[in-house]
Ligand binder design. Sequence first.
Ligand SMILES: N[C@@H](CCC[C@H](N)C(=O)O)C(=O)O
Length: 283
Amino acid sequence: MVEGSRLLRFTKMHGAGNDFIVLDLRHGAAPPSPDLCRAMADRHRGVGCDQILTVEAPRETGSVAAYRIWNSDGSPSGQCGNGARCVAAWLWREGAVKGKSFQLDSPGRSHHVERLDGGNWRISMGVPEFDPARIPLLGFDGPRDPYVIATGGSILGFGAVSMGNPHAVLEVQDLDAADVAGTGAQLQALDAFPESANIGFAQVQARDSIRLRVFERGVGETLACGSGACAAVAVLVRRGLVDRAVTVHLPGGDLHIDWPADDAPVAMAGPAAFVFEGEWLHD
Ligand SMILES: N[C@@H](CCC[C@H](N)C(=O)O)C(=O)O
């Protein structure tokens, strides 16, 4: 070990290809600085990941733990669906939970978590919030669908919702032809999204099946976005284009989304995989 430096133990995980560094901060250690997040997330000079997940002491009575989310650019987020499944699997492997279901706190919500067969987990992701003030999306006094905004010489129509983090959802006819990076970055930069947003591009295949790519806030396009899958299904259900149980096919794998009623929480089910354990040497 280099004199004056410390080792930070971590677990590398992924959920449908959305990859994470998981840090155990349950005993009160400070979260990584934005600089440290960027260094660890760097795919050439660091470990590489889309998000860093810090597992912390529970916030709510009855919860097993809490987690916070840090994007690869160091910015915080209020939610990460794939991360929630990975934190649940990590806590299970640590022996920190007794039964197959338990309660887990994200920054803004508390989630019922359930262990399924085959390394899959179901997370109750909360009730989607369509009020633009809650997303936040400025310039509209109430929910609309679509929101229509002129930007960069084109007019874009999209749905918008908060799943604990902000999402815009564009419906496309051909997902392979969608300019995910270009349009994603253009929408994220709008003043109307003061906290930016995750931009989803959804192609409806059938009433129970969609394809989705997501240009994530603080990262860029990822192989999967769990909260983005919930957001896309919520928007498309309200448009009457899909049923309330939908398989979402993302570049990195499939997620199963159920939204039983408008005022009910969205349930998301999918995999969580361990990749390796490591130690990060830092000053
Ligand atoms: N990949 C995530 C979402 C992570 C946070 C997002 N980039 C944000 O800034 O809100 C997921 O699986 O939900």
